[in-house]
Design a protein around this ligand. Structure first.
Ligand SMILES: Nc1ncnc2c1ncn2[C@@H]1O[C@H](COP(=O)(O)OC(=O)[C@@H](N)CCS)[C@@H](O)[C@H]1O
Length: 915
């Protein structure tokens, strides 16, 4: 066996380390970077190994794996997964980092490029709590990842943030003698500079940002770079794929009820169930239903057997309050707002297979069944709780409906769960002078017996399941982190009953006046909604062997889906399907503030349709700014800009031009195409973008995948611009032929774009296919496997009538919309004659708005947001220091507001405040 390596080649480091570590017998030959060791490749590929049977390996990871296997150390699934991650995420990022550092001298960019993969590695090592990646001993995965990271992590001139687990692991592997010796051989003690000559010979890497969790770089210059690095083989392969044309597709019409099928990928998709007591805002829409819809549509196009369910979450205090506010019964509120939700989602083209609700008999039946199973297996415990009860309102008060004087700092407006002044957590019964926030009467303390889900008893089962689910499924990083922090802090029993009327009744005779807590009840809604769709619901929900479950939500919902609900199902011991892929977004904010249902801040689902902007454009923009990895913001000005630049000038312009050339220059029929090198390069680049799109969509990176669609139309526009078919069509025969080829390739790219757009902009996608008269099978063919870009509109194909797809959004129009819709939520027409009571927070804001300056208004807003932030952090059980820092900002804002309102910044007496 012979191994060929070159000095200064970073890929050779891992191979030499693996060779020494495994002690496999092998001749090592040093060659130049340009030497073509593997004859049948058009470009030099090093390292390479010549095996005893004459075959060659020329992927560094494959060589390492081979060496370990020969020495009897096989790579298990976990190890394979790390190798996969290294090659698809870490290595592209590292090469980019090396490129910027070594060739462009921009060492400061390295940290940003590597932040996301290093965070991921750090978290995984922390969670795995083993010295090495796959266990107690060094594996091929450790060698490969260590070698990739070595050039950067061993150079102290880079500051790349704190990754304590990575550091400990890296130092351990670096201390292995074989690794040190490999470093010496490859870098010759010259550090990064040893790699300069190798790096200079490498083509610019593809836009690898889009492969990991970082925001996608949408820079056309980088796409151009990718085009220049296409090899001869890639061109030929792309042309061969293209020439295969369409394959016939199986029937894709949905047959209800959709049930799991043998031999199919059966995918059950749930979107979090939005609360029925209000109109959903844009944050709710992107956080759950729209994201789930895009993934379900994509899955269907891929030929997976998908079922997508959702519905309204209808029980709980919030509904009771809304009913009181609107002078309706809770049931009337549910009926009214369920219809409002349905109509909003249908306008947004959310293609549920079933949109149900939680106030149904099936819900009672299934929730009570799970309850009894938990009871039977000893996972419920009783405890007595002291609560505040308002005799005037005749109900126990949830924490957020009581206010009083803080027992710690005497602040008179402390809430039932915390004091906004001193930041301490409060038990509502400890408040001095408590008041019911609805009627302002003084509540009394009553003891009440409740049932608790014994989470500590279920903890080990939960951890075992989590280990498997998070390592085999696609859980977003925030979902893993939030879950991890809950487990880290230790699980406590959780109360699952409430002294309310509006809820699923607790069936136990000792608790017959009580109902289930909404967060025990709501996720059971997924099951009952499916049961209302089909009697055979258990084929989805008691079938983990055959079904893969995706849950879509935003970060605040995570612990209920990753800890509490799985514990309910595990404890019930009925072979329930548990979540395999927990997909949580961060938050979408509104301009520079937070969406707020109670204060009516932001754009709400019902307003969107009144703007006159098509629902596909709303979908596009929300998906373009989908809070993947970090919070993002809806901005009117940005929406107009993205519409005008990306949809109109880029995507729409390309598709329209391609179609118009066919219409104008070729009488509506796709011309003959004779592919040249330049066309094949484009096919390869477009094929590569398609593959990236599929890889990202498979991993539910919806926002990043969208950027690849836009890259394709950018490539297409550039191709048209360079080739100028409108000029060539007037030239000689060969030029006219060239105009035909360019037009034919372009219109086929337009067809591909319609397929890729389908999950995002269903109407626009269908309109493009109608305009191109494209065969239905194009969708099926192009999304098969890892993505195949074929010629679907062959020469002679007659297209339909082409017309523009998008309209410009003018600055004045957007300003007017912002004024009209950008502030407060318009009240929905109430069906009762009683005027709707304004929520408490809204009254406070209104008071400030009425009497004081704009500054006070801004501060009031900021204060409310900061209050939300503090509460969210507490709910997420964030670190104490983090909470304390945010509480001190909150207090500072409070003082500033008091000053802006001309008041004494010290807390005023409650009596004075009320006046
Ligand atoms: N600002 C936001 N950005 C993204 N996603 C958000 C935002 N605010 C909330 N959400 C998510 O929306 C859905 C629905 O939220 P809602 O408060 O109406 O309902 C619930 O949280 C529960 N009824 C869910 C029971 S399964 C949710 O996923 C939020 O995380």
């Amino acid at each position: 066996m012979k191994l060929f390596v070159s000095e200064g080649n970073p890929h050779c480091l891992k191979v030499l380390a693996a060779l020494e570590l495994t002690a496999v017998k092998c001749d090592v030959q040093y060659v130049n970077h340009e030497d073509k060791v593997v004859q049948f490749l058009s470009h030099p590929a090093l390292p390479a190994v010549l095996l005893p049977n004459g075959q060659q390996l020329f992927s560094a990871n494959a060589i390492c794996r081979y060496l370990f296997e020969v020495s009897g150390q096989n790579c298990n699934d976990h190890c394979n997964q790390w190798l996969e991650w290294e090659v698809t995420v870490l290595q592209p990022a590292l090469l980019r980092a090396l490129r910027t550092a070594v060739l462009q001298g921009k060492g400061s960019d390295v940290s940003q490029i590597l932040q996301s993969p290093l965070n991921f590695l750090d978290q995984s090592l922390l969670k795995g709590s083993k010295p090495y990646l796959t266990g107690e001993a060094v594996s091929v995965a450790d060698v490969v990842l260590w070698a990739t990271l070595h050039p950067i992590l061993s150079d102290s001139s880079f500051t790349i943030g704190e990754h304590p687990s990575v550091k400990a692991w890296f130092d351990q592997v670096a201390a292995v003698h074989s690794c040190q010796s490999a470093v010496q051989k490859v870098l010759q003690g010259k550090g990064l500079q040893a790699m300069k000559s190798y790096m200079q010979r490498q083509p610019a890497p593809p836009n690898s940002q889009c492969r990991d969790a970082q925001p996608c770089n949408n820079n056309p210059a980088e796409s151009e770079e990718r085009q220049h690095s296409v090899s001869e083989e890639e061109c030929e392969e792309a042309a061969l794929t293209w020439s295969k044309g369409l394959s016939s597709c199986p029937a894709t019409d949905k047959q209800h009820p959709i049930l799991p099928q043998e031999g199919k990928r059966n995918v059950l998709v749930t979107s979090a169930l939005p609360y029925v007591n209000n109109v959903p805002h844009l944050g709710n829409i992107i956080g759950c239903v729209l994201s789930a819809d895009v993934f379900s549509r994509y899955g269907r196009l891929r030929g997976w057997n998908m079922l997508f369910v959702c519905g309204t979450d209808e029980y709980g205090t919030a509904t009771e309050n809304k009913a009181r506010e609107e002078g309706l019964t809770p049931q009337q509120i549910c009926d009214k707002y369920h219809a409002v939700h349905s109509s909003i989602y249908s306008w947004f083209q959310i293609d549920f297979d079933f949109f149900g609700r939680t106030t149904t008999e099936k819900q009672t039946e299934i929730a009570q069944n799970i309850f009894w199973r938990l009871h039977e297996h000893g996972y419920l415990v009783e405890d007595t709780v002291e609560q505040l009860r308002c005799e005037n309102c005749q109900r126990f008060l949830a924490d957020r409906f009581v206010e009083g004087t803080c027992p710690h700092c005497s602040y008179p407006e402390a809430r039932g769960d915390q004091c906004d002044k001193c930041g301490r957590l409060i038990n509502a019964v400890e408040l001095r002078d408590p008041q019911c926030k609805v009627c302002r009467q003084t509540p009394v303390i009553r003891s009440s017996k409740h049932l608790f889900l014994d989470l500590p008893k279920l903890e080990s089962q939960l951890e075992q399941w989590l280990e498997k689910s998070t390592s085999t499924g696609d859980w977003t990083t925030n979902a893993k982190q939030i879950t991890h922090s809950w487990i880290r802090d230790g699980l406590k029993p959780r109360c699952i009953t409430r002294d309310l009327h509006w809820g699923t009744p607790v069936p136990h005779p000792d608790f017959k006046e009580k109902v289930f807590y909404v967060w025990f009840d709501a996720p059971i809604g997924y099951l009952s909604i499916t049961a209302n769709y089909t009697n055979e619901w258990e084929k989805w929900w008691k079938n983990p062997q055959q079904v893969e479950l995706y849950n879509f939500m935003a970060k605040d919902n995570v612990p209920f889906h990753s800890v509490v609900f799985p514990c309910s199902l595990l404890g019930a011991q009925d072979n329930y399907t548990l979540v395999n892929h927990l997909v949580a977004t961060e938050y979408l904010n509104y301009e520079d503030t937070k969406f707020s249902k109670s204060r009516g801040i932001g754009v709400f689902g019902d307003m969107a349709k009144d703007t006159g902007i098509p629902s596909d454009v709303w979908r596009f923009y929300l998906l373009y700014v989908r809070p993947e990895g970090q919070d993002s913001a809806f901005s009117w000005a940005d929406m107009a800009m993205k519409n005008n630049s990306e949809l109109l000038n880029n995507l729409g312009n390309f598709i329209n031009r391609a179609g118009m050339f066919v219409t104008k220059f070729f009488e509506g029929c796709v011309p003959v195409m004779e592919l040249q090198r330049e066309d094949k390069e484009l096919l390869a680049v477009v094929g590569w973008e398609l593959q990236q799109y599929i890889q990202l969509m498979d991993k539910v990176k919806i926002r990043d995948a969208l950027k690849h669609i836009l890259n394709i139309s950018r490539h297409g526009n550039q191709y048209i611009q360079v080739n100028q078919p409108w000029k060539k069509i007037k030239g000689e025969e060969s030029e006219r032929l060239r105009a035909g080829t360019v037009t034919g390739v372009a219109v086929n790219i337009a067809c591909l774009l319609s397929v890729m757009l389908s999950p995002y902009m269903p109407l626009v996608s269908q309109t493009i296919r109608d305009q191109l008269n494209a065969p239905q099978s194009c969708i099926y063919t192009m999304l098969q496997g890892g993505g195949t870009f074929v010629c679907s509109l062959s020469a002679g194909h007659r297209i339909g009538t082409v017309s523009p797809l998008f309209q410009k959004l003018e600055a004045e129009q957007i300003e007017a919309l912002k004024k009209r819709f950008g502030g407060q939520q318009a009240p929905l027409q109430s069906t009762s004659s009683t005027p709707a009571a304004a929520p408490v927070a809204a009254i406070k804001v209104a008071a400030v708005e009425g009497g004081h300056s704009e500054k006070a208004e801004q501060l009031a807003k900021a204060l409310a947001e900061q209050g939300d932030k503090v509460r969210a952090l507490k709910a997420q059980k964030a670190e104490k220091d983090v909470i304390a820092a945010e509480v001190s900002k909150l207090l500072e804002l409070k003082t500033q507001l008091a000053v802006a309102e001309g008041k004494n910044p010290e807390p005023t007496s409650k009596k004075g405040k009320k006046k």
